[in-house]
Design a protein around this ligand. Structure first.
Ligand code: AMP
Ligand code: ZN
Ligand code: FE
Ligand code: FE
Length: 295
């Protein structure tokens, strides 16, 4: 039996905008001989039971129940990961049900904007594109899954309005672009509180996406989040270069934050991102973190 030395604590399944069923994500983690895998779908824990069930077959792979929540932020993107949550926590489910409802309101508004621009695309096209992208449909009806901009981008691609997903964001769906509609978000403090109340560890996801101007600004943003209850930082991520990872490790040390890391795997939704990459050594994951998650 070889000792497993790396983890991936940020992945998506077809319960949100990944392309693979959660059980398949867990199988990939086992095939990579990871020590731990966290499933962190956007605004839902619908696939957590299936992932946990699959992971029972692999005694050397620790499964971590998680979620990724988008929080309010003046510029750039602020995502908070909840790692090790109890997904049966009633108040937590009530909070994320509100986020899911907010998405149900938002998607038709983005579609309406696209239609007003003369693009013949409807929610039925989005669901059709989604069915094609997430071919195995283990989470059940499309209505139970999280529908987001990635799925709308796939519909635009399928209908030939754009020649790449990236172009769909650049032209229509990205923040500040004409079909963009902001979604109802939690304040960072509330997202963090909901995660912690459900027994999870609140971790700042991909600090690269905060789009900070300089280190001092990043430092300030993260300090404010620590005051709001943040407990960890994702130092390793597929969007991070080694310099940014070092910056995050340094910040974690100074602010007493736990270190985390993951790929942000989306299956073929982000073809350049592979499960288990970048490699996140188990040894860098904080001892407190490992204890709480049983790694
Ligand atoms: P949503 O949660 O519906 O706002 O959609 C977020 C998803 O859209 C994430 O998975 C991102 O990967 C993707 N996304 C957001 N902005 C961009 C962008 N500018 N280019 C490409 N993908 C993006
Ligand atoms: Zn995503
Ligand atoms: Fe994210
Ligand atoms: Fe993510």
């Amino acid at each position: 039996m070889t000792i497993r030395r790396s983890v991936d604590l940020h992945t998506h399944s077809d319960a949100s905008d990944g392309s693979l069923p959660a059980a398949e994500v867990v199988r990939l983690a086992e095939r990579q001989r990871l020590a731990a895998i966290a499933l962190t779908d956007h605004d839902t824990t619908a696939a957590v039971p299936a992932a946990r069930q699959e992971a029972r077959q692999y005694p050397q792979l620790k499964f971590v129940a998680g979620i990724e929540i988008s929080a309010m932020f003046s510029h750039g993107t602020l995502h908070i990961l909840g790692l090790g949550i109890d997904e049966t926590h009633a108040e937590f489910q009530r909070v994320i049900a509100e986020l899911q409802e907010a998405r149900r309101q938002r998607n038709p508004r983005m579609i309406a904007k696209l239609q007003a621009m003369g693009l013949a695309v409807g929610m039925d096209d989005v669901e059709a594109a989604m069915d094609q992208y997430q071919a195995e449909k283990t989470v059940g009806a499309a209505a139970q899954r999280i529908i987001g901009r990635l799925h709308i981008a796939l519909a635009l691609l399928k209908k030939g309005y754009v020649h790449s997903r990236q172009q769909a964001f650049d032209r229509y769906l990205g923040e500040g672009r004409p079909a963009y509609v902001d979604k109802e978000r939690l304040r960072p403090r509330d997202a963090i509180a909901a995660i912690r109340a459900a027994g999870g560890i609140a971790v700042l996801a991909h600090p690269a996406q905060l789009k900070f101007q300089n280190f001092a600004q990043m430092d300030r943003i993260v300090r404010d989040l620590v005051h709001a209850g943040l407990e960890g930082i994702e130092a390793y991520h597929s969007d991070h270069n080694p310099a940014l990872t070092r910056m995050c490790l340094d910040l974690a040390r100074r602010l007493g934050l736990m270190v985390s890391g993951g790929s942000d795997f989306h299956g073929c939704g982000k073809p350049h991102v592979q499960l288990g990459h970048p490699r996140v050594p188990l040894a860098v994951v904080d001892e407190r973190f490992r204890q709480r998650l049983g790694m």
